[in-house]
Write a protein that binds this ligand. Structure first.
Ligand code: ZN
Ligand code: ZN
Length: 282
């Protein structure tokens, strides 16, 4: 699918020599390369934990997204260069209508594939697939814009519209690449769960920790589909270990039931280790 779209867009550019169509074709090259990377990453991320990766392989997806955003930034630079060259020597396009028609056919293909990817991404809770689908759909928007602009350029005879369109595409591509880079880097940097999720966790812990005194040092971090939660649970110093462990099991079961992607680790402490900051008194 990606390859067919690519071939159509490349043909549209070769036919016309248009910088704007070049920018559009280059975006598709990035799309095809990115979906290959995303597919490999998805396979890797789905692997169960093993001896040398006991926490699983979920972060492979963030790596894929970083690589994808690097592709996008390189494409933006290349488009800017093409726009600059076309700006310096504006030329009337050859066979513009055939080029525009080919480009629109390719765009229709992209649109259907983008919707498929978005759906699959939602189903598998995959950041990489969703990023891919969203990227394809934004590509559809720029392609329609480029085709409409080129049609206008041909009708009005203003060839400078071509490099201007290419520049606009480049700026847009640059922006989307930077946004994707920021999102995937924050995933690699162990970003905390959203504050709504943390509130939900704190409420669940508070209602299922009967017998304990307080909870402190609660921390969360996200790794792909999994969110890790850990905290200290203060219990009376004379409480039996099996009773303290029973509280932990209750909390873990409640979290498991309401927030299936959360993995909980609890550190039990005797009374006297209580804190006075960020504390959840039970
Ligand atoms: Zn503590
Ligand atoms: Zn246990």
């Amino acid at each position: 699918m990606g390859a067919a779209v690519l071939a159509l867009k490349a043909a549209a550019w070769r036919l016309t020599g248009s910088a704007a169509l070049y920018s559009d074709a280059l975006e598709s090259v990035v799309n095809v390369a990115a979906s290959v990377v995303a597919l490999v990453a998805l396979r890797l991320a789905a692997r169960p934990p093993d001896a040398n990766h006991p926490y699983g392989h979920d972060k492979a997806e963030f790596f894929a997204a970083v690589i994808e955003s690097a592709f996008i930034l390189v494409a933006a630079a290349s488009i800017l260069r093409a726009a600059w060259l076309a700006w310096q020597t504006p030329a009337l396009l050859a066979a513009p209508w055939a080029g525009i028609a080919l480009n629109l056919a390719a765009t229709a293909g992209n649109a259907s594939w983008g919707v498929v990817l978005l759906r699959a991404g939602r189903q598998h809770r995959s950041a990489a697939l969703r990023a891919d689908g969203r990227h394809l759909l934004s590509d559809v928007a720029t392609s329609v814009g480029v085709s409409a602009g080129l049609a206008l350029a041909v009708l009005t005879g203003r060839e400078v519209l071509d490099p201007m369109l290419a520049t606009a595409t480049a700026i847009y591509v640059l922006w989307s690449g930077m946004r994707l880079m920021r999102d995937s880097v924050s995933g690699l940097m162990d970003e905390a769960a959203t504050s709504a999720e943390v509130e939900h966790m704190r409420a669940l812990v508070a209602t299922h920790a009967e017998g304990a005194i307080e909870v402190h040092d609660l921390r969360t971090r996200q790794a792909g589909r999994v969110t890790y939660l850990e905290f200290h649970l203060v219990v009376p110093g004379t409480m039996r270990v099996d009773a303290a462990h029973g509280i932990c099991d209750r909390i873990e079961a409640a979290l498991q039931a309401e927030m299936p992607g959360v993995v909980t680790t609890i550190h039990v402490e005797p009374e006297g280790k209580a804190k006075h900051q960020g504390v959840l008194v039970l």
